[in-house]
Design a protein around this ligand. Sequence first.
Ligand SMILES: Cc1ncc(COP(=O)(O)O)c(C=O)c1O
Length: 436
Amino acid sequence: MTTPSDVPPANPDWFTTGHKHIWMPYTQMKSSPLPQAVKSTEGVRIRLEDGRELIDGIASWWSACHGYNHPHIVDAITRQAKTMPHVMLAGLSNEPAFTLAARLAAMTPGDLNRVFFSESGSVSVEIAMKMAVQFWINQGHKNRNRFIAFKNGYHGDTIGTMGVGDPDNIMHGPFHGLMAQQLVVDLPANETDRTAFEALAAEHAGTLAGIIMEPLVQGAGGMIFHATETVKFIRDVCDRHGILLILDEIMVGLGRLGTTFACEQADVTPDLMTLSKSLTGGTMPLAATIATDRIFEAFYADELERCLMHGPTYMGNALACAAANASLDLFETEPRLDQVQAMAAQMIDALAPCRDIAGVMDVRVWGGIGVIELETLGDMYWIRDQFIAKGCWVRPFGNVIYLMPAFNIDPADLTTLTDAVVEITAMWSEKRGEWA
Ligand SMILES: Cc1ncc(COP(=O)(O)O)c(C=O)c1O
């Protein structure tokens, strides 16, 4: 494995030609360093065009949960591509989508029995929000179209989902005027907050469609953990005031916290659940909005206008659904949840030395998420470069350095990642005065 950071990035033709035309995500195109040119992937490794290899510490935005190129998923996609990559899902059907719907209905808690597919997490949240609003419209409540959401929450970058995310973050703040004004409040963490939260829910119940939250871990808002009791309390508030609960399990669902779904740990079933990311094991874009029988029944009627008027072109894409079915097979045939528990135990020990480093505010691990919270990040590109120099792909943001690798990462590769985190956090600590 070659890892020195002083190897100049190779610039293959596709890179130099395309970089003049592509617009990269969350990137100041003028000043950000060039992206790494990736040639191939395998297991937890990203191979660069210049021959270097990086161990992926964040599983391509938390999606590649079985590692890259898992042969079972690759075979399923290849077979599906040869028979039928896609047919529209209006008036036509396909076996992978129908099979996947039945499997998800069987896996999810309670009577979350109806699955509506889309192509991205953000869109699945938008669909959940539309379902919640129309659930009330179909029952004669035309004004129940607002949501309670939480500070530090993140549900996507589309206009609807920005409205239920943290209004003050760098990504969404500038669009304040464009977004629907929702009630975005602190997660109620103690008795006083809970009393205030209950009062807010009671006051607005007549205009609320639902409450939306990421259960147990707020991801893009800073990898912030909260107690299972908080999720349970919010479910109870919803029940007491007749409000729907949407749980966004896009990041935490499908094993990341050591259980199939995060809401299981709180013993809560939402009215609507969203899934994406690990759903196809990081291979194809696919998301699902899953509704309980009660929600579905409000749409089940003789009148056309009571149906859900929504249908993305690629919904139920056969290739993506075949990949998802193969990914679910792997959860059944390989010990993924045990691997997450083992990864958690290893990270708890290996990241503990960071607690003694000046400037570290917190070190926390939950399942396959390991977080070092810093007083402030400083130069995130400098930190990223240090990881690359050590043969690791880690992408700090906000004020956190975090790991979220594939569930089946080899313990030795995880050690490479955790050692790098400890060493680079110490280097960051020495340097942090320069960025103050
Ligand atoms: C909890 C949560 N919801 C929604 C999204 C948006 O998903 P996508 O990027 O697929 O639109 C994300 C993405 O990070 C997420 O973490």
